[in-house]
Design a protein around this ligand. Structure first.
Ligand SMILES: C[S@@+](CC[C@H](N)C(=O)[O-])C[C@H]1O[C@@H](n2cnc3c(N)ncnc32)[C@H](O)[C@@H]1O
Length: 468
């Protein structure tokens, strides 16, 4: 695997992109590679992040490719298997693919799975020629069956942005959708999925920009760009690795026990972002069930309005289950890397990486390192509750033994989450007003928070149960 323990010459200096690539492409022993993690400038300021298939589709709170790339290069060999149980738009899977490693990308969001699949599936040029023929005769408006357009307009989710979808735009999107359905009926699944991803990416641009987008031109440009991205990727990839994209729950992974060589993932944050909201319109057009996703989404914040700290115990329970599953599927001695930022609840700072590191010891993981990194200001993402996310933590853990427990063990989950919530409550009492970015709770709110946390502890056994 990794041979000599080469000393880096970059200590204390900023890594340029080229130096960084050379550094991580060397061979190291396991301890050497672990030490090297301290040499890397994790801010990756001004590094190129949107290359090849990474640019196919926007996705909130994605991580930069250099994070998975570093661990893939340093801790796996060609032919190994890399897993991301919360794969989002597939950043880890793409890096595994480009570096000739097999990958498993899992996400409960069906749109995430579609994007991941498309980014890691090479398509033959003859299929693109077929798709282009279909698209060249695509109607630019759906003027025959106006009733369906009316129906769609009436059934749009009622949010401020729904007015962007006027009847002309709906009619164009429907025309694209219809053409793609023909592609599917004619049995060309890979270009059908690629077309759906291009359609979704077009809808995303529409939602982001308000209006003023020529929908069908943008869609055709996206298809062309994707064709180019896959063509370039094909030149890099040697023996096409196996890339699985699974639409599943990270708390119940459909992945074989002891089969994975590395996990690199960034789970949802507590109380930061509802993915189902972000993707509602895309999913609607692709005929995906966003209500089902909403029910199983970890970290969503549209419930427990009266006591936000119940969200925290629910989140910790969900993450503990996911970590037990990560332990199960990982081979012994291999690494599990979790990237997460801080969030806040009722002005109290929530340092998720600390919770994860503490729970790790109870389920067969040994935390090895926590790396802090600043997020490039052009790549930050904003959450209504937390504000701009400026920095994040990379928690590096090693599987030292089997968890000895299954992820569906409510009693165990309840016990560990209770321990964590009691610690959290002590911390809130001890360090008064540990809020994110200096927003401190008033004395009154602090007392209320202590009471709310203690109430949340009472309801842990019911709050950690997986909703069906
Ligand atoms: C921070 S994002 C991951 C972004 C990813 N690293 C990337 O680069 O695109 C977290 C992901 O967790 C997913 N998620 C939420 N609940 C889940 C669950 N129960 N099982 C699996 N995935 C879930 C969301 O759909 C979202 O894609």
């Amino acid at each position: 695997m990794l041979y000599n323990n080469k000393q880096s010459t970059l200590s204390g200096e900023k890594n340029t992109e080229q130096e960084y690539l050379e550094l991580v492409s060397e061979q190291y022993t396991f301890p050497g590679a672990i030490n090297l993690l301290d040499e890397i400038d994790w801010d990756f300021k001004d590094f190129t992040t949107q290359y090849l298939t990474h640019r196919f589709h926007s996705y909130p709170a994605r991580f930069i490719p250099q994070i998975p790339l570093t661990f893939i290069k340093l801790f796996t060999d060609e032919g190994d298997t890399v897993l991301d149980p919360f794969c989002g738009c597939g950043t880890t899977a793409v890096e595994a693919f480009l570096n000739n490693r097999n990958s498993i990308g899992n996400d409960f969001n069906p749109l995430a799975v579609l994007i991941t699949k498309v980014k890691t599936t090479l398509i033959d040029e003859t299929e693109f020629r077929y798709l282009n023929r279909k698209l060249s005769v695509m109607k630019r408006y759906l003027d025959l069956d106006y009733r369906r357009v009316e129906d769609r307009a009436e059934n749009m989710p009622n949010r401020k942005i729904s007015k962007i979808f006027n009847k002309v735009i709906i009619s164009k999107l429907e025309a694209i959708r219809e053409t793609l359905l023909e592609v599917k009926e004619e049995g060309h699944d890979d270009v059908y999925d690629l077309g759906r991803t291009a359609l979704s990416s077009t809808i995303w641009a529409l939602v982001e920009n308000g209006n003023g987008i020529n929908v069908d031109d943008m869609f055709l440009r996206k298809v062309k760009y994707m064709r180019g991205g896959l063509k370039e990727t094909a030149k890099i990839v040697k023996n096409i690795p196996d890339a699985k994209a699974i639409n599943g729950d990270a708390r119940r992974l459909e992945v074989e026990t002891d089969s994975v060589d590395l996990i690199v993932t960034s789970p949802p944050y507590v109380n930061a972002l509802d993915y189902y909201r972000a993707h509602m319109y895309n999913m609607l057009w692709l005929g995906m069930d966003f209500d089902l996703f909403r029910k199983h989404e970890i970290g969503g914040h549209s419930h427990f309005i009266a006591n936000r700290f119940r969200l925290l115990s629910e989140y910790m329970g969900d993450m503990l289950r996911s970590m037990i599953e990560m332990n199960r599927v990982l081979k012994r001695d291999k690494l599990c890397v979790i990237v997460v930022g801080n969030s806040s609840l009722e002005y109290e700072l929530i340092e998720s990486h600390r919770f994860f590191a503490e729970m790790a010891g109870d389920i067969g993981f040994e935390p090895i390192k926590t790396i802090h990194r600043n997020i490039d200001k052009t790549k930050k993402y904003t959450s209504a509750d937390v504000g701009k996310i400026d920095d994040e933590y990379i928690l590096v853990m090693q599987k030292t033994e089997d968890a000895g427990i299954t992820a569906d063990n409510d009693g165990f989950v309840s016990e560990i989450v209770t321990e964590q919530m009691i610690n959290f409550s002590e911390q809130v009492k001890r360090v008064q007003g540990t809020s994110i970015r200096g927003r401190r709770p008033t004395k009154e709110r602090l007392l209320k928070n202590i009471e709310r946390i203690s109430n949340a502890i009472e309801t842990i056994p019911q709050d950690i149960r997986i909703k069906v």
